[in-house]
Structure formats: structure tokens, C-alpha cells
Design a protein around this ligand. Structure first.
Ligand SMILES: N[C@@H](Cc1ccc(O)cc1)C(=O)O
Length: 509
């Protein structure tokens, strides 16, 4: 099933599915959609012929809008725009991120407020369908004249310039177009601006961030349940009546997931272990904030995704050109600054749980460093000591990256762009924080697997887990060996992080 552009509201899941090529993009074949796109493009052509003055068509860009461009040069202006913005820097966005960016731009232009031609939409669709991926450097957008500089790489590639990744190789865009049987796009006067003057980079990335953060919330809850079991903690901390007394729905949902894993605790008036440390007892209070924020942030991200976010907008029905600032990505900036904070808090939570698990002073009878070694070589074994140090390093780096980007607005472009969102930097931060947090989660998967096996060897044995958690532990046991002798864990860690990122450790129950 294709994902239709120009037909219905698109979702985060749509973009995420296209990013991994699980679903394919297709422009709606509804005649009314194509007619609307054509009306906008035709109106703009007529306006140019009749009035001769349109911002960004017969004027310079931004602060240079006072410079008149003679009509005979107007056709050269779009190429000029993407050319002088070809000053990006840094690593390139990866393939999945680039597909999300292309899809987000197509979603915006499909709103029918950008005055672009049907052919431009088709070229973007063709890039997605043939998987022709412009190489887009990550740095250089202030996120409020849209993502001008990174999107210049999209504009250029659509026209057969700069480099793309195609069929597994980096090559000139012109070569990829020829191999795919496509023609380079000829940009009409306003079309360079329409491709570049919008929030597609930060919005595409935000969709990917949201989906991974959503997964993380459930995985972190499952890991917490297993940590409670491994440390022989007190499941009563997640009691239904207790959480009924604090009406945050996301927090209640996190506690409910913990109960679903650990079972209803029907202990009497006084439990054998009164109070665990906060990283266990307050897990719903940490993860729950993420749970509560996600639906709210989804609304913001999807509104941006389904918006016409360039300038000027072209109203094909009222036949007006509307000058505004919809390229300002303030909502995405807020969503990404918020999410990176919430995600890093989860890293911190898991890292603290791990610190408890490996410490024989706090782990209620498990060996130091969760070492599984016995006999004469026990003395030279150090178990998960270094893994916990790594987790703390990743956590510190994640926390360090939570500095909000959106508060660092700079006046740029001769003070035309004197207040900007920095949403693209916030989204890139959020991706980095996610990566680090997923690494911490992977370290915890190893730790709870080891901890549960060691707990089972103790006299009292381990507390029973409910079926969903039990099945998850069986999968963990199959994927992660019991560590009876020190081993270099990097390959295992990489496989686990990869699994987390591809949904292998998705917890559905
Ligand atoms: N975002 C600016 C347009 C712009 C385009 C390119 C630039 O280099 C600078 C500014 C506006 O619409 O007002």
C-alpha cells in the first residue's frame, strides 16, 4: 500500500515507514488534487505576466527583496538560490533521514499553497520511488528561513546537480537521473524558494526522533521491570491504587506496564523491602513524563508535517500571494528540545539502575559487577565493571546535549532573519541523545539478562514474571550469552543497539 500525498493527513508512522522503505510514496491520483496544484502554478505564471512583480520571483531573496530582478533574469534566479546556498558542512544525513526529509518536503508542497508545478511534485516522488538520495550536509540551517542550506542540496539534485546516493553508490545527480531514466527538473521562477524555504529537514528528522522515543519509553519500562526482578526489588511501588492517586495518564500507563510485567503486588500491610532507590521506585515518574509528552508532541510534529511551510504562499483559489513566515520551525524546535531532555532523563534513569545492579552494596545479594565467574579465575574477572563506566559516559554525553538549541537564536542575514528557531540543531541534538540513550539501554539489556540469571542462582531464586516479560527474557537469553568469563562486549552492544533501532526489541504487550 502506497502512502498518498495530497489526499489525507500524513502521520509520523507514514514518514518513518518511508524512511526505511517499508512503504512507498505516491501522489494522490484524485483529479481535484492535481487541478489544485495546476491552479496555483498557473496563477503564478499569469501574475508574473500581468503584474511583473512577485517576491522571490522578480526580487532578490530575503533582505535583498528590495533589489528588482528584470523579468528576463527571473528564470535564472532559482538556480542562483540553490547555488549560493551550497555551503553546507559536516557529515551527511543518512539514507533513512534523507528519505524522511524528501517525504516531509513533498508533504508540504502537496498542500497546494506553494505555486509549484505538478512536474516538481513528480520529480520529488520519483526521487523517493527510485531511492535517489541527495547527499545533504547536516550543518548550516538556523531553522527559520526554513532549512535553506540543507534543502539547497535537494533542489540542486532534482535539477541534476551535486551528488546523490543511488543504487548503493555516491555519484553525480545527473548520472543517477540518467540511469533512472529521469530528466533534470527545470525550475520555474518561484520553485527554488518553494523547495528550500521550509522546515522539511527538521520535520523529517523529528518524525524519526518521535518514533524512536516512543519505542524507548516502552523498552525503558520493560528494562525497569527486569531490573526490579534482578535486584529483588519491591513491585509494590507500582501499585494501581498508588498511581490512581496521581492523575498523570502517561505516568499511570508506565506504572501499568510495570504491573503487567511484574504482576499485581498483593503483599500485606508491610513488605519485606520497604523502599527501593529512586531509579527503581520513581521509574514511572521519569518515563511517565515522556509518555505524557509524546501525544502532545506528536500533534505539533504532525501539524508541521501537514503544513505549507514556505514563503510566500500562493492561494490558488483566492488568487493571492501571501507573505509570511511559515518557514519558522518554532514548534519543531520546542518538540526536539523537549524530547532530547526527556530522552536523556531516561538514559540517566537506566544508568542509575545499572549502577545499583553492579554494586554489591546495593544489589541485594548479587556478585560485584554482576560477574558470573566462579572458581579460581573469579579473582581476575571484572564482569560488567567497564560496561557500567561506558553507560555513565554515554549518559553524561546525553545529558550534556540537552542544552536547548532554541534559546540560541541569532540575528542573521542582514537582520532580515533576526529571530530564528534553531529547530534543525535541536533535532540533530535529539538524534544524538537518542543514540547515546539506546546505547545505555543496550548495556542494561546485558545487565538485566546477567542479573536475572545470577538471581536465579541465589537461594531464594527470582520473582516470577508475567508472560510478556517472561517471553522477552527468553529472547534476551537467546541473544545475549551468560557472561561467565570476561569478554569484549562491543560486537554484542552494536548488535543490540541495531536491534533497538530497527524495532527488534519492540515491546508490544
Ligand atoms: N526566508 C526568506 C527568504 C530567503 C531566501 C534565501 C535567502 O538566502 C535568504 C532569505 C523569506 O522568505 O523571507
Amino acid at each position: 500500500m502506497h502512502i498518498p500525498f495530497g489526499e489525507r493527513r500524513l502521520t509520523i508512522e507514514d514518514i518513518a515507514a518511508m524512511a526505511v522503505q517499508g512503504r512507498q510514496a505516491a501522489l494522490s491520483d484524485a483529479p481535484a488534487f492535481q487541478a489544485r496544484i495546476n491552479r496555483g502554478a498557473d496563477f503564478l505564471q499569469r501574475l508574473l505576466a500581468e503584474d511583473g512583480v512577485i517576491y522571490g520571483v522578480t526580487t532578490g531573496y530575503g533582505d535583498s527583496c528590495t533589489v528588482a530582478v528584470p523579468v528576463e533574469l527571473a528564470t535564472a534566479l532559482p538556480r542562483q538560490l540553490y547555488t549560493y546556498h551550497g555551503c553546507g558542512y559536516g557529515a551527511h544525513f543518512d539514507a533513512a533521514q534523507t528519505r524522511a526529509i524528501l517525504a516531509a518536503r513533498l508533504a508540504s508542497l502537496s498542500q497546494g499553497y506553494s505555486g509549484v508545478s505538478w512536474g516538481l511534485l513528480q520529480q520529488l516522488q520519483a526521487f523517493l520511488q527510485h531511492d535517489i538520495l541527495p547527499l545533504i550536509p547536516q550543518e548550516g540551517s538556523v531553522g527559520a528561513s526554513g532549512d535553506l542550506t540543507p534543502l539547497s542540496y535537494v533542489a540542486a539534485a532534482l535539477c541534476g546537480e551535486r551528488d546523490v546516493l543511488y543504487a548503493g553508490a555516491v555519484m553525480p545527480a545527473a548520472d543517477a537521473l540518467a540511469r533512472a531514466g529521469l530528466q533534470p527538473l527545470q525550475l520555474r521562477p518561484k520553485e527554488g524558494l518553494a523547495i528550500m524555504n521550509g522546515t522539511a529537514v527538521m520535520t523529517g528528522l523529528a518524525c524519526l526522533v518521535w518514533q524512536r522515543a516512543d519505542r524507548l519509553s516502552r523498552l525503558a519500562t520493560r528494562i525497569t521491570a527486569l531490573a526490579v526482578a534482578a535486584i529483588d526489588g519491591n513491585p509494590q511501588h507500582f501499585d494501581e491504587t498508588l498511581f490512581g492517586a496521581k492523575p498523570h495518564p502517561g505516568q499511570q500507563a508506565a506504572a501499568a506496564r510495570l504491573r503487567a510485567d511484574l504482576g499485581e503486588n498483593k503483599a500485606g500491610r508491610n513488605d519485606h523491602r520497604l523502599q527501593d532507590r529512586y531509579s527503581l521506585r520513581c521509574a514511572p515518574h521519569v518515563i511517565g513524563v515522556l509518555d505524557d509528552a509524546l501525544p502532545f508532541l506528536r500533534g505539533m510534529i504532525e501539524n508541521e508535517l501537514n503544513s505549507a511551510n514556505d514563503n510566500p504562499l500562493v492561494d490558488p483559489d483566492g488568487e493571492r500571494v501571501l507573505h509570511g513566515g511559515h518557514f519558522y520551525g518554532g514548534h519543531i524546535a520546542f518538540a526536539m528540545d523537549s524530547l532530547k531532555n526527556l530522552i536523556a532523563n531516561v538514559a540517566d534513569l537506566l544508568d542509575r539502575q545499572m549502577a545499583l545492579l553492579v554494586d554489591a552494596r546495593y544489589n541485594n545479594g548479587l556478585p560485584a559487577n554482576l560477574s558470573g565467574a566462579s572458581g579460581p579465575t573469579a579473582a581476575i574477572n571484572h564482569g560488567l565493571k567497564a560496561l557500567q563506566i561506558s553507560a555513565s559516559a554515554w549518559t553524561a554525553e546525553a545529558l550534556k546535549n540537552t542544552m536547548p538549541a532554541s534559546v540560541f537564536s541569532r540575528s542573521t542575514e542582514c537582520h532580515n532573519q533576526d529571530k530564528v528557531s534553531m529547530g534543525t540543531i535541536a533535532a540533530r541534538d535529539a538524534l544524538r541523545v537518542l543514540q547515546l540513550t539506546e546505547q545505555v539501554a543496550a548495556a542494561m539489556l546485558i545487565s538485566v539478562r546477567q542479573g536475572l540469571a545470577l538471581r536465579a542462582q541465589t537461594a531464594a531464586g527470582s520473582m516470577p514474571l508475567q508472560p510478556g516479560a517472561d517471553a522477552f527474557v527468553a529472547r534476551l537469553n537467546a541473544a545475549i550469552p551468560f557472561i561467565a568469563d570476561d569478554v569484549a562486549l562491543e560486537p554484542l552492544l552494536r548488535a543490540l543497539v541495531d536491534g533497538i533501532q530497527t524495532g527488534l526489541w519492540e515491546t508490544h504487550d
